[in-house]
Design a binder for this molecule. Structure first.
Ligand code: ZN
Length: 174
């Protein structure tokens, strides 16, 4: 396993629509392992392949509490088949928008069909934190970031700060 570099907004790659995965083979499993390692190291609770620059419909998640055993979830070609009318609000962050958080309202429950790490078709009913994480990560596969749900003013402010943060990082490297 190896850690990959996480792409930070603004970057046109994050706006790309990811492609369906055709088969689950060793190289795909290796990629999923790398994604999980990168996510744990960040640390984060969810990561989409596009966040490491790979436009494939792949997500890794782990919403288990810190004091519990690790419980990774691998989602290949996830498809949300149902969302509830009832909504919930979480303060969301994103590994591609470091240091920025915002309250986002989403459906409180969702149903999902996907392919698992072993290449088997699976279904999942999620609510609470997991439902929010799944929707956040599936958005990534469609080139959508949580800041897209904010007002233009708030969104522009966050992007401006991210550009500034990037420049500061470059200064250190130089
Ligand atoms: Zn994210």
């Amino acid at each position: 396993m190896s850690q990959r570099k996480i792409i930070i907004e603004p970057d046109p790659i994050l706006r790309k629509k990811s492609e369906l995965v055709e088969k689950v083979d060793q190289s795909l499993k290796k990629l999923l392992d790398d994604m999980l390692e990168t996510m744990y190291a960040a640390p984060g609770i969810g990561l989409a392949a596009i966040q490491i620059g790979i436009p494939k419909r792949l997500i890794v998640l782990d919403v288990s509490k810190e004091d519990h055993k690790k419980d990774p979830l691998y989602l290949i070609n996830p498809e949300i088949t149902f969302t509830s009318k009832k909504t919930s609000i979480y303060e969301e962050g994103c590994l591609s928008l470091p240091g920025h958080f915002a309250e986002i309202e989403r459906p409180a429950e969702c149903h999902l069909s996907f392919i698992d790490y072993e290449g088997k078709k699976k279904k999942l009913k999620a609510h609470g934190l997991l439902a929010t994480c799944i929707q956040h990560e599936v958005d990534h596969l469609n080139g959508v970031l949580f800041i897209d749900y904010l007002s233009k003013l708030k969104k522009d402010m966050i992007i401006k700060k991210l550009i500034k943060q990037k420049k500061e990082i470059n200064k250190i490297i130089l």
